[in-house]
Design a binder for this molecule. Structure first.
Ligand code: F6P
Length: 306
């Protein structure tokens, strides 16, 4: 059995990054716990994008912020639930080596249906996010709260999978996950888009004609996790004007961390014209269309949507 901490150690990940990832994994354990016992209903509040928050969104956000504050390694943090990025006072805004962008509980509308949900993290060196790109991430990770709680991280040395055991340790399941160039599984976000975009419809028709398998839950974390676990597949979320002219999903909190992990596993992620990792971050809540997964499938999807 290999624990997350010793895996990071053995992989020669810098101590500061190892500590930070351990603090994040600690937040994930508390979120996991609250998912078992917490209130599954609405919070009666809205997040920075005006979306209704679930009680667990608020709890997960607080747990994550508390852990990032306590670790004394984080200079600046940005949460999908908060309007602005914030400086961690314990680091005085100057000493912390890292900035962390996170979605504390993605897919929270699935909570009351007891479907899998997750948390997503992108870790950058230095202070802040605006002006950087996803390529500036030093590490990314996500956690899926499903039948098992699973953590997948990369700090630039492959993509590795851990499960939370009964005594609260993340233990190694598989190292060096890879994503094949071609796919047989598709996860089409916002299928309503076929009504307004004949290119998206043609893409769906092509995948169905080829008898690809549909694996779509409505949660980005479990849907992309499926690609990593099966080693192939594609997830899409196109532009959908006028409601979501740039797609629905956030660059900083959702797409950039997954793009980093996907490239590390040999896959690709595009916004339809450039790699997700090359998009300049202009606003922490900026959205982007996304085509992510098996490389050749992403290329085909991008070509089809042009
Ligand atoms: O960003 C939140 C999210 O729930 C993602 O996890 C998911 O992929 C997407 O929204 C689903 O979008 P829609 O509501 O359009 O189906």
């Amino acid at each position: 059995m290999q624990l997350l901490d010793s895996h990071l150690h053995r992989a020669d990940i810098p101590d500061s990054m190892r500590h930070l990832i351990m603090y994040i994994s600690r937040a994930a354990k508390y979120i996991h716990y609250h998912l078992q016992i917490g209130d599954l209903g609405a919070a009666g509040t809205q997040n920075a994008s005006g979306e209704a928050q679930m009680a667990l969104d608020v709890v997960a956000d607080k747990i994550t912020i508390d852990n990032l504050m306590h670790c004394r390694l984080v200079n600046c943090a940005a949460s999908e639930e908060q309007e602005k990025e914030f400086v961690c006072p314990s680091c005085g805004g100057t000493k912390g080596e890292y900035s962390v962008a996170f979605d504390p509980l993605d897919g929270s509308s699935l909570i009351d249906a007891n479907l899998a949900i997750g948390s997503i993290f992108g870790i950058y060196k230095g202070k802040g996010f605006v002006g950087k790109t996803g390529r500036d991430q030093a590490a990314a990770l996500y956690i899926v709260y499903g039948p098992r709680t699973c953590l997948v991280y990369s700090a630039g040395k492959g993509v590795h999978e851990f499960h939370l055991n009964d005594v609260g340790e993340f233990t190694l399941v598989r190292e060096n996950l890879t994503v094949a160039e071609t796919a047989k599984v598709f996860a089409p976000g916002n299928l309503r888009c076929v009504n307004q975009n004949p290119k998206y419809k043609a893409l769906m028709d092509d995948w169905m004609a080829k008898e690809y398998t549909l694996r779509y839950s409505g949660g980005m974390v479990p849907d992309i996790n499926h690609i990593f676990m099966k080693g192939q597949g594609i997830f899409t979320y196109p532009p959908y004007p006028p409601k979501y002219p740039d797609g629905k999903l956030r660059l900083l909190f959702e797409c950039a961390p997954f793009a980093y992990l996907m490239e590390q596993a040999g896959g690709a992620a595009s916004n339809g014209s450039i790699d997700i990792l090359d998009i300049k971050i202009k606003d922490i809540h900026q959205r982007t269309p996304i085509y992510i997964g098996s490389k050749k499938e992403v290329e085909k999807a991008v070509k089809g949507m042009m």
